[in-house]
Design a protein around this ligand. Sequence first.
Ligand code: HGY
Ligand code: MN
Ligand code: MN
Length: 419
Amino acid sequence: MSTSNSEPKITIDSAGLARRIDELALISEAPAPVVTRVLFSEADMRGREYVRRAAREAGLAVREDPVGNIFARWDGSEPGLPAVGSGSHTDAIPNAGRYDGVVGVLGAFEALAALKRAGFRPRRSLEVVMFTSEEPTRFGLGCLGSRLMAGSISVKKAAALRDREGRTLDELRAAAGYAGPLRSVRLPPGYYHAFVELHIEQGPILEKEGIPIGIVEHIAGPSSYRVTLHGEGGHAGAVLMPARHDAMLAGAEIALAVERAVLNSGSPDTVGTVGVFRIEPGAVNSVPFKAYLEIDLRDARLDTRSKALAEIRGSAVKACEGRGVSMEFEEINADPPAAGDPETVAIAEKSCAKLGLRSLRMVSRAYHDSLFMARVSPTTMIFIPCRNGWSHRPEEFSTPGHIASGVEVLAHTLGRLAA
Ligand code: HGY
Ligand code: MN
Ligand code: MN
């Protein structure tokens, strides 16, 4: 990729980027080193302010859409052409780390700033997106901003989303200062020429193999379900065992059925998690009359995921029949896997080769906004190693050197795509 007539080397301000990542990590609902920034919370709002400032310091023009996606743009010499996109998210689940998503937002700003410093002049505009609500914490559904951009969720379904306090998306986005029709979030066809997201791997493979860069050619398909169980309550001393309809035990059987179904799926890529499990009334001496579970079920292949789901549903019906408990089992989302664009993957690989960095083609088991960007644009992701593969926990860590290499590959890849 020729950055300009000469070809000055792109240099990444690794120390500056590390400082910005650490500064953003301090904007959290929880004390350091824990990062928690739930959509439209006070911390998320301060985080958004930090992102706007960082974008402007990188010399980018900032705009926001009605659902809170933030776009930071560097106009190319032919601004009418489809742009080249990058970006990720800065919202964080409870008890999270500081790199998930953030590396792909602040790192993309640094990649563009490095291209500017190298004298590169893009033909196609370059645009970094901070996607709103990649995490499912607020509404139980992940990737809300990129789903709306890709047209992968109806405006009607999005507007009907409510958080645990019953507040709607419209109420919360209005309180956060976002107005305008949700239908205008959808990108016009062909808006991006290509999209490349930088992200920590959130898995142990790159670190174990000693390979600095992963290039994603497949993103597993996520699905999630909410199960509400209604039993009968009563006094923990007075209600004898044969007379019980214990909602919590029905839920416990279902949680174990999730584990059994994914272990027996025949594929190591099938994963199932019950990350939310609430019971009522929640008193030690009272039989739980109600249980509420959320199931996260994923696989790189749709057929094995569907088979596992059928088994889970079957076991859930049996568990409830056996205990005289009634059940509501509803789907929150069930998304197909996505494929990375072969040409974009090859361009990212060429950037690695040019920089003398080994790379590995990978499946992403975590989902990302790229899962939806791949529906509307040729897409790939650049992964960097993270310690022990840890993520979604405060010990999440990636070295400044690995981050700088990821940003350098991103800069070269975006430069090639925008030249
Ligand atoms: O859950 C995920 O895969 C993503 O980190 N939100
Ligand atoms: Mn995450
Ligand atoms: Mn993420």
